[in-house]
Design a protein around this ligand. Structure first.
Ligand code: SAH
Length: 308
Protein backbone atom coordinates (compact mmCIF):
# COMPACT_ATOMS: atom_id res chain seq x y z
CA UNK A 1 0.00 0.00 0.00
CA UNK A 2 1.22 3.48 -0.77
CA UNK A 3 1.75 5.94 1.99
CA UNK A 4 1.76 9.65 1.24
CA UNK A 5 5.10 11.28 0.84
CA UNK A 6 6.16 13.81 3.41
CA UNK A 7 5.92 16.42 0.73
CA UNK A 8 2.31 15.45 -0.05
CA UNK A 9 1.35 15.66 3.58
CA UNK A 10 3.12 18.95 4.12
CA UNK A 11 1.30 20.38 1.16
CA UNK A 12 -2.03 19.08 2.44
CA UNK A 13 -1.38 20.39 5.91
CA UNK A 14 -0.32 23.78 4.63
CA UNK A 15 -3.56 24.09 2.70
CA UNK A 16 -5.59 22.91 5.66
CA UNK A 17 -3.84 25.25 8.02
CA UNK A 18 -4.81 28.18 5.88
CA UNK A 19 -8.45 27.33 6.08
CA UNK A 20 -9.04 25.68 9.39
CA UNK A 21 -7.84 25.66 12.92
CA UNK A 22 -8.50 22.29 14.43
CA UNK A 23 -10.13 22.36 17.81
CA UNK A 24 -9.82 19.69 20.41
CA UNK A 25 -12.89 17.92 21.76
CA UNK A 26 -12.64 19.45 25.21
CA UNK A 27 -12.34 23.10 24.34
CA UNK A 28 -14.36 23.16 21.17
CA UNK A 29 -16.59 26.18 20.82
CA UNK A 30 -18.57 25.72 17.64
CA UNK A 31 -18.66 28.79 15.48
CA UNK A 32 -22.20 30.14 15.24
CA UNK A 33 -23.40 29.19 11.82
CA UNK A 34 -25.44 31.44 9.59
CA UNK A 35 -29.17 31.08 10.16
CA UNK A 36 -30.14 27.79 8.63
CA UNK A 37 -32.67 28.30 5.86
CA UNK A 38 -35.20 25.79 7.13
CA UNK A 39 -36.02 23.27 9.79
CA UNK A 40 -34.46 20.39 7.92
CA UNK A 41 -31.15 22.19 7.68
CA UNK A 42 -31.33 23.11 11.34
CA UNK A 43 -31.69 19.50 12.44
CA UNK A 44 -28.98 18.46 10.05
CA UNK A 45 -26.59 20.78 11.80
CA UNK A 46 -27.15 19.14 15.13
CA UNK A 47 -24.67 16.28 14.76
CA UNK A 48 -22.00 18.75 13.69
CA UNK A 49 -21.81 20.02 17.22
CA UNK A 50 -21.17 16.57 18.67
CA UNK A 51 -19.29 15.09 15.74
CA UNK A 52 -15.73 13.97 16.18
CA UNK A 53 -14.70 16.12 13.27
CA UNK A 54 -15.08 19.66 14.41
CA UNK A 55 -13.28 22.67 13.11
CA UNK A 56 -13.35 26.40 13.38
CA UNK A 57 -13.23 27.89 9.94
CA UNK A 58 -11.87 31.29 9.10
CA UNK A 59 -13.91 34.01 7.53
CA UNK A 60 -14.84 32.56 4.13
CA UNK A 61 -13.92 35.77 2.40
CA UNK A 62 -10.34 34.99 3.34
CA UNK A 63 -10.49 31.62 1.66
CA UNK A 64 -11.68 30.30 -1.66
CA UNK A 65 -15.43 30.03 -1.24
CA UNK A 66 -16.15 28.17 -4.47
CA UNK A 67 -17.60 24.71 -3.85
CA UNK A 68 -15.17 23.38 -6.45
CA UNK A 69 -12.38 24.15 -3.98
CA UNK A 70 -14.27 23.32 -0.79
CA UNK A 71 -15.69 19.87 -1.55
CA UNK A 72 -13.66 16.76 -0.72
CA UNK A 73 -14.33 13.25 -2.02
CA UNK A 74 -13.36 10.52 0.45
CA UNK A 75 -13.24 6.85 -0.56
CA UNK A 76 -13.19 4.33 2.29
CA UNK A 77 -11.46 0.97 1.79
CA UNK A 78 -11.91 0.88 -1.97
CA UNK A 79 -11.10 -2.57 -3.41
CA UNK A 80 -10.73 -1.91 -7.13
CA UNK A 81 -8.03 0.42 -8.39
CA UNK A 82 -10.17 0.94 -11.51
CA UNK A 83 -12.87 2.49 -9.39
CA UNK A 84 -10.40 4.94 -7.89
CA UNK A 85 -9.40 6.02 -11.41
CA UNK A 86 -13.06 6.29 -12.45
CA UNK A 87 -13.87 8.45 -9.43
CA UNK A 88 -10.96 10.74 -10.34
CA UNK A 89 -12.43 11.05 -13.83
CA UNK A 90 -15.96 11.67 -12.51
CA UNK A 91 -14.58 14.41 -10.29
CA UNK A 92 -12.49 16.12 -12.93
CA UNK A 93 -15.26 16.16 -15.53
CA UNK A 94 -17.32 18.13 -13.02
CA UNK A 95 -14.50 20.40 -11.86
CA UNK A 96 -13.52 18.84 -8.52
CA UNK A 97 -10.06 17.68 -7.49
CA UNK A 98 -9.77 17.02 -3.74
CA UNK A 99 -9.63 13.23 -3.37
CA UNK A 100 -8.62 11.27 -0.26
CA UNK A 101 -8.48 7.48 0.08
CA UNK A 102 -8.87 5.90 3.49
CA UNK A 103 -6.94 2.62 3.87
CA UNK A 104 -7.56 1.38 0.32
CA UNK A 105 -7.77 -2.39 -0.06
CA UNK A 106 -5.92 -2.45 -3.35
CA UNK A 107 -2.18 -2.09 -3.81
CA UNK A 108 -0.86 1.13 -5.32
CA UNK A 109 -4.31 2.60 -6.08
CA UNK A 110 -2.82 5.80 -7.45
CA UNK A 111 -0.39 4.17 -9.87
CA UNK A 112 -2.03 0.82 -10.68
CA UNK A 113 -2.40 0.51 -14.49
CA UNK A 114 -6.14 -0.07 -14.09
CA UNK A 115 -6.52 3.13 -12.04
CA UNK A 116 -4.46 5.08 -14.56
CA UNK A 117 -6.45 3.69 -17.50
CA UNK A 118 -9.81 4.43 -15.88
CA UNK A 119 -8.74 7.92 -14.83
CA UNK A 120 -8.00 8.66 -18.49
CA UNK A 121 -7.43 12.43 -18.73
CA UNK A 122 -7.93 12.88 -14.98
CA UNK A 123 -4.52 11.55 -14.10
CA UNK A 124 -3.71 14.82 -12.30
CA UNK A 125 -6.58 14.25 -9.85
CA UNK A 126 -5.38 10.68 -9.30
CA UNK A 127 -1.80 11.79 -8.74
CA UNK A 128 -2.91 14.54 -6.41
CA UNK A 129 -4.99 12.16 -4.27
CA UNK A 130 -3.88 11.58 -0.69
CA UNK A 131 -3.97 8.40 1.33
CA UNK A 132 -5.11 8.55 4.94
CA UNK A 133 -4.80 5.95 7.66
CA UNK A 134 -8.14 6.77 9.25
CA UNK A 135 -11.37 8.59 8.49
CA UNK A 136 -10.50 11.28 11.02
CA UNK A 137 -7.26 11.95 9.18
CA UNK A 138 -9.11 12.08 5.86
CA UNK A 139 -11.51 14.69 7.21
CA UNK A 140 -8.91 17.10 8.51
CA UNK A 141 -9.96 20.60 7.53
CA UNK A 142 -13.61 19.59 6.97
CA UNK A 143 -16.54 20.76 9.09
CA UNK A 144 -19.35 18.80 7.49
CA UNK A 145 -19.32 15.07 6.79
CA UNK A 146 -21.85 13.37 4.51
CA UNK A 147 -22.00 9.58 4.28
CA UNK A 148 -23.02 8.46 0.80
CA UNK A 149 -24.89 5.20 1.09
CA UNK A 150 -27.34 3.03 -0.80
CA UNK A 151 -28.48 1.52 2.49
CA UNK A 152 -30.86 3.28 4.85
CA UNK A 153 -30.31 2.40 8.46
CA UNK A 154 -32.50 2.22 11.53
CA UNK A 155 -30.15 4.62 13.30
CA UNK A 156 -28.98 7.25 10.91
CA UNK A 157 -28.32 10.94 10.51
CA UNK A 158 -30.94 12.82 8.45
CA UNK A 159 -31.28 11.38 4.96
CA UNK A 160 -30.76 13.83 2.10
CA UNK A 161 -30.90 13.52 -1.65
CA UNK A 162 -27.78 14.55 -3.62
CA UNK A 163 -29.66 17.70 -4.62
CA UNK A 164 -30.47 18.69 -1.05
CA UNK A 165 -26.83 18.24 -0.15
CA UNK A 166 -25.47 20.13 -3.14
CA UNK A 167 -27.84 23.06 -2.59
CA UNK A 168 -26.84 23.29 1.04
CA UNK A 169 -23.11 22.93 0.37
CA UNK A 170 -23.14 25.55 -2.37
CA UNK A 171 -25.15 28.03 -0.30
CA UNK A 172 -23.04 27.82 2.86
CA UNK A 173 -19.78 29.48 1.92
CA UNK A 174 -18.04 28.53 5.15
CA UNK A 175 -18.88 24.85 4.89
CA UNK A 176 -15.97 22.58 4.03
CA UNK A 177 -17.88 19.42 3.25
CA UNK A 178 -16.67 15.90 2.62
CA UNK A 179 -18.69 13.23 0.86
CA UNK A 180 -17.70 9.77 2.02
CA UNK A 181 -18.16 6.70 -0.17
CA UNK A 182 -17.98 3.09 0.99
CA UNK A 183 -16.36 -0.09 -0.18
CA UNK A 184 -17.77 -1.73 -3.32
CA UNK A 185 -19.01 -4.85 -1.53
CA UNK A 186 -19.80 -3.86 2.05
CA UNK A 187 -20.46 -0.13 1.76
CA UNK A 188 -19.72 2.18 4.69
CA UNK A 189 -19.37 0.93 8.27
CA UNK A 190 -22.11 2.07 10.65
CA UNK A 191 -19.58 3.80 12.93
CA UNK A 192 -18.67 6.20 10.14
CA UNK A 193 -22.27 6.79 9.08
CA UNK A 194 -23.37 7.57 12.63
CA UNK A 195 -20.68 10.21 13.04
CA UNK A 196 -21.72 12.04 9.89
CA UNK A 197 -23.96 15.08 9.70
CA UNK A 198 -26.16 13.62 6.98
CA UNK A 199 -26.57 10.49 4.92
CA UNK A 200 -26.90 11.07 1.18
CA UNK A 201 -28.96 8.46 -0.60
CA UNK A 202 -29.29 8.47 -4.38
CA UNK A 203 -32.90 7.64 -5.19
CA UNK A 204 -32.85 4.44 -7.23
CA UNK A 205 -34.82 1.32 -8.14
CA UNK A 206 -35.81 -0.15 -4.74
CA UNK A 207 -35.15 -3.66 -6.00
CA UNK A 208 -31.64 -2.76 -7.27
CA UNK A 209 -30.39 0.42 -5.75
CA UNK A 210 -26.64 -0.11 -5.56
CA UNK A 211 -24.75 1.97 -8.10
CA UNK A 212 -21.15 1.39 -9.03
CA UNK A 213 -18.93 3.46 -6.73
CA UNK A 214 -17.74 5.84 -9.43
CA UNK A 215 -21.23 6.24 -10.87
CA UNK A 216 -22.43 7.28 -7.42
CA UNK A 217 -19.53 9.74 -7.30
CA UNK A 218 -20.52 11.04 -10.74
CA UNK A 219 -24.09 11.72 -9.63
CA UNK A 220 -22.85 13.65 -6.60
CA UNK A 221 -20.23 15.55 -8.60
CA UNK A 222 -22.79 16.52 -11.24
CA UNK A 223 -25.32 17.78 -8.71
CA UNK A 224 -22.62 19.73 -6.92
CA UNK A 225 -21.51 21.30 -10.18
CA UNK A 226 -25.04 22.44 -11.00
CA UNK A 227 -25.48 23.89 -7.54
CA UNK A 228 -22.04 25.54 -7.54
CA UNK A 229 -22.61 27.19 -10.89
CA UNK A 230 -25.94 28.51 -9.63
CA UNK A 231 -26.99 31.63 -11.42
CA UNK A 232 -23.70 31.86 -13.27
CA UNK A 233 -24.89 29.00 -15.39
CA UNK A 234 -26.33 30.52 -18.53
CA UNK A 235 -26.96 29.57 -22.09
CA UNK A 236 -26.28 33.16 -23.17
CA UNK A 237 -23.52 33.39 -25.66
CA UNK A 238 -24.02 29.77 -26.71
CA UNK A 239 -25.05 29.63 -30.35
CA UNK A 240 -26.54 32.43 -32.43
CA UNK A 241 -28.89 34.83 -30.70
CA UNK A 242 -30.53 37.76 -32.46
CA UNK A 243 -32.18 40.91 -31.15
CA UNK A 244 -35.58 40.25 -29.56
CA UNK A 245 -38.47 41.64 -31.59
CA UNK A 246 -40.43 44.52 -30.06
CA UNK A 247 -44.14 44.32 -29.27
CA UNK A 248 -44.85 46.79 -32.08
CA UNK A 249 -42.90 44.70 -34.60
CA UNK A 250 -44.78 41.57 -33.58
CA UNK A 251 -48.17 43.30 -33.76
CA UNK A 252 -47.30 44.60 -37.25
CA UNK A 253 -46.40 41.06 -38.30
CA UNK A 254 -49.70 39.66 -36.96
CA UNK A 255 -51.72 42.24 -38.91
CA UNK A 256 -49.73 41.52 -42.05
CA UNK A 257 -50.11 37.76 -41.65
CA UNK A 258 -53.84 38.05 -41.03
CA UNK A 259 -54.24 40.09 -44.19
CA UNK A 260 -52.28 37.50 -46.20
CA UNK A 261 -54.26 34.59 -44.78
CA UNK A 262 -57.47 36.32 -45.82
CA UNK A 263 -56.00 37.00 -49.27
CA UNK A 264 -55.24 33.32 -49.90
CA UNK A 265 -58.64 32.26 -48.53
CA UNK A 266 -57.31 30.43 -45.47
CA UNK A 267 -58.95 32.87 -43.07
CA UNK A 268 -62.57 33.92 -43.47
CA UNK A 269 -62.76 37.56 -42.34
CA UNK A 270 -66.50 37.19 -41.64
CA UNK A 271 -66.01 34.06 -39.58
CA UNK A 272 -62.41 34.12 -38.29
CA UNK A 273 -63.00 31.60 -35.46
CA UNK A 274 -59.90 31.20 -33.27
CA UNK A 275 -57.20 31.11 -35.94
CA UNK A 276 -55.39 34.34 -35.05
CA UNK A 277 -55.48 33.80 -31.26
CA UNK A 278 -54.08 30.31 -31.83
CA UNK A 279 -51.31 31.57 -34.13
CA UNK A 280 -50.46 34.34 -31.66
CA UNK A 281 -50.22 31.78 -28.88
CA UNK A 282 -47.93 29.67 -31.03
CA UNK A 283 -45.60 32.60 -31.78
CA UNK A 284 -45.70 33.80 -28.18
CA UNK A 285 -43.92 30.59 -27.18
CA UNK A 286 -41.02 31.20 -29.53
CA UNK A 287 -39.37 34.42 -28.31
CA UNK A 288 -39.42 35.96 -31.78
CA UNK A 289 -36.41 37.92 -32.99
CA UNK A 290 -36.58 40.98 -35.29
CA UNK A 291 -35.04 39.03 -38.14
CA UNK A 292 -37.65 36.29 -37.80
CA UNK A 293 -40.48 38.84 -37.77
CA UNK A 294 -39.06 40.28 -41.00
CA UNK A 295 -38.99 36.82 -42.58
CA UNK A 296 -42.61 36.19 -41.62
CA UNK A 297 -43.62 39.55 -43.05
CA UNK A 298 -41.75 38.67 -46.26
CA UNK A 299 -43.74 35.45 -46.50
CA UNK A 300 -47.00 37.37 -45.94
CA UNK A 301 -46.01 39.88 -48.63
CA UNK A 302 -45.31 37.08 -51.09
CA UNK A 303 -48.62 35.37 -50.28
CA UNK A 304 -50.50 38.59 -51.03
CA UNK A 305 -48.52 39.24 -54.21
CA UNK A 306 -49.32 35.79 -55.58
CA UNK A 307 -53.02 36.57 -55.15
CA UNK A 308 -52.97 39.84 -57.06
N1 SAH B 1 -23.32 -3.25 -1.14
C1 SAH B 1 -22.98 -1.94 -0.72
C2 SAH B 1 -23.01 -0.99 -1.90
C3 SAH B 1 -21.67 -0.54 -2.24
S1 SAH B 1 -21.63 0.43 -3.68
C4 SAH B 1 -23.95 -1.45 0.32
O1 SAH B 1 -24.89 -2.13 0.59
O2 SAH B 1 -23.77 -0.37 0.86
C5 SAH B 1 -20.24 1.44 -3.31
C6 SAH B 1 -20.58 2.81 -2.79
O3 SAH B 1 -21.26 3.55 -3.78
C7 SAH B 1 -21.47 2.86 -1.57
O4 SAH B 1 -20.80 2.63 -0.38
C8 SAH B 1 -22.00 4.28 -1.65
O5 SAH B 1 -21.04 5.17 -1.17
C9 SAH B 1 -22.14 4.46 -3.15
N2 SAH B 1 -23.51 4.15 -3.62
C10 SAH B 1 -23.92 3.18 -4.46
N3 SAH B 1 -25.24 3.25 -4.67
C11 SAH B 1 -25.70 4.28 -3.95
C12 SAH B 1 -27.00 4.88 -3.76
N4 SAH B 1 -28.11 4.42 -4.35
N5 SAH B 1 -27.09 5.95 -2.94
C13 SAH B 1 -25.99 6.47 -2.34
N6 SAH B 1 -24.75 5.92 -2.48
C14 SAH B 1 -24.61 4.87 -3.27
Amino acid sequence: MLTPTTQQWMKARAVNDQIAIRMTKSKAVPKPLKSPPDHQTRTAFQPLVTARWRYFTMNPTETDISLFKRLRFVLVETSRAGNVGSVARAMKTMGFSDLVLVTPRCDHPLTDPEAVAFASGAIDVLEGARIAGSIGEALEGCNFAAAVSARLREFSPPVWTPRQFSGHAAAMADLRPAIIFGNERVGLPNEIVLDCNVLINIPANPSYSSLNLSQAAQVLAYECRLAAEGENRTQEGVGFQGEAASVAQIEGMYAHLEEALVAIGFLNADNPKKLMPRLKRLFARTQLETEEVNILRGIARQMMRSKH
